[in-house]
Ligand binder design. Structure first.
Ligand code: SF4
Length: 339
């Protein structure tokens, strides 16, 4: 499937030559790692030594800045995501390659029309791989008599774009639309879109050439689970406050504030610094009864079933502590930068 993504190989060579780079670190998301050898060859052809980051990478929140230093790389290519704000602080230049998908979207959008029957004002969202197709999708929806809205809150590079923890563009038009059409694969971003906006979401999946709705039960299941985690955490006396060590996930000040709030509420709290938040890593702290995760909120929301103890997001912790309400959370607070 990955052959459909534009890896911008000519740009890779040009950037290496123009900058006189000697050692190049390439970071790829999981779906593109199979292209590592091909890209390494291109880097060599351009006269530099390629090094592939083999660690997992799920977003531009996880740039290999320390790795570039340790490896004395003088250029980083990061594939599959756009730059996050604020920009990463590093002396090594980072080139973002968006890996746009060159794929027909028409069939999936035609299929989506059936699921969108009954709604006439539609919000349009997608990931960076498909932002160039939004005008085409808009025209298809318009031709079917729909009014289309594409939000731009100014936080992400493109109007209509979403990332797993930022739905601000969709939220900007959410009040004015009846439902959203998400253009892209899988359910991860579409489920986040449903949680963030509280609106029905239909996925037009161009990789499968079909469309499907995100079912209300699916969204409610996540919400019920979150309520359960908050309730369980209320009973806990000791907390681990997780500080993410990935470049764009570190929120030390938030973690310190949460620790203070927990202590004021009579709980014991300790800061835990970590890169990968896994069940195994948390199991090493058996005396901690619950966790607050100030790093990637999707780890808390999507992976609850693998954790044996509650792992709350910052906003959920504030609900638990009575500093904000569950209703606020339901109104779209899941991805808010709470502190
Ligand atoms: S959802 Fe998580 S992995 Fe994705 S960009 Fe946000 S913090 Fe990074």
């Amino acid at each position: 499937m990955e052959d459909i993504f534009d890896l911008e190989e000519e740009r890779l060579k040009e950037e290496i030559r123009r900058r006189g780079a000697r050692r190049v670190l390439i970071q790829l998301p999981e779906g593109l790692k199979s292209k590592a050898l091909r890209l390494a060859r291109i880097v060599e052809e351009a006269g530099a030594l390629p090094i592939i980051s083999a660690d997992p990478c799920y977003g531009a929140c996880d740039l290999p800045i320390c790795e570039a230093g340790a490896l004395q790389a003088d250029l980083i290519f990061h594939y599959g995501h756009t730059e996050m704000a604020p920009p990463a602080s590093t002396n090594v230049p980072i080139i973002y390659v968006e890996a746009r998908a060159m794929i027909d979207v028409e069939r999936s959008v035609e299929d989506a029309l059936e699921h969108l029957e009954g709604w006439s004002v539609i919000g349009l969202s997608t990931v960076v791989q498909h932002v160039h197709d939004l005008d085409k999708v808009r025209a298809l929806l318009n031709a079917a008599g729909k009014t289309v809205m594409v939000g731009d809150a100014g936080e992400l590079k493109y109007p209509g774009q979403v990332v797993g923890c930022n739905y601000s563009n969709a939220e900007a038009v959410s009040r004015d639309v009846e439902a959203f059409l998400f253009l892209g694969g899988g359910r991860f971003h579409a489920l986040g879109l449903a949680l963030a906006t509280g609106k029905p979401v239909v996925v037009a999946n161009p990789y499968e050439g079909r469309a499907y709705p995100i079912r209300e039960e699916e969204v409610q299941k996540v919400i019920r689970q979150r309520w359960m985690s908050i309730s369980q955490a209320k009973e806990a006396g000791s907390f681990g406050v997780i500080v993410g060590l990935k470049s764009g996930q570190t929120a030390l000040n938030s973690a310190i504030k949460i620790k203070r709030h927990l202590e004021e509420a009579g709980k014991r709290a300790v800061l835990l610094a970590m890169r990968e938040i896994t069940s195994e890593a948390l199991q090493e702290f058996p005396s901690i009864e619950a966790f607050v995760n100030t790093a990637c909120p999707r780890v808390s929301l999507d992976e609850a079933s693998i954790f044996r103890r509650p792992v709350l997001t910052v906003e959920e912790a504030l609900v638990m502590l009575g500093k904000t309400s569950w209703e606020e959370l339901l109104k779209g607070g899941w991805f808010k930068k709470a502190l």
